[in-house]
Write a protein that binds this ligand. Sequence first.
Ligand code: NI
Length: 191
Amino acid sequence: MTVRPIVQIGDPALRRVADPVPVGEIGARWVQDLVDDLVDTMHDANGAGLAATQIDEPWRIAVMEVTHNPRYPYKPPIPLTIMVNPTLRAIGDESTAINEGCLSVPGLRGEVDRHVEVEVAWHDRVGDAHVARMRGVTAGTFQHECDHLDGRLFLDRVTDPTTFTTWDNYDRHHREAFEQRMHEYVARMGS
Ligand code: NI
């Protein structure tokens, strides 16, 4: 088990467009080790997801898992998902504002417009191909992680900078209303 340092905003690693993993290499030791490090580091940081660019590795790999997470109590569960070379496309043109944070952006949250429904295709850690439609808050989490692989942070998508808030002020002034809105959103979307 290797918990790796998570690079923080300002590090050029976060702005790199990651390279696809050659599909024939997915079973190779270096890819398997990288996947293990991502999962261990995500768990250690109590995050909902982590992309390889966040541990300074320029490969298109991201991992996600949501169990009950006090950082994000409104997020529906996502089983441990390992995505190699994920691609994502929007279904329809509906979007919704989601208040996001990021392990690479310490202390800050802000509101981002995310597609309500997306189709995601990826390879898992043994190379099997998957395609799935995601909706609601879960779709937002997938969009956040795929953005990392293109060198994008949630900050780039905050259209109203007055929504930026520290976590303390989020807890104090915004959490209750946001979690209520997300609770209703998840009930409507089913995820
Ligand atoms: Ni992030």
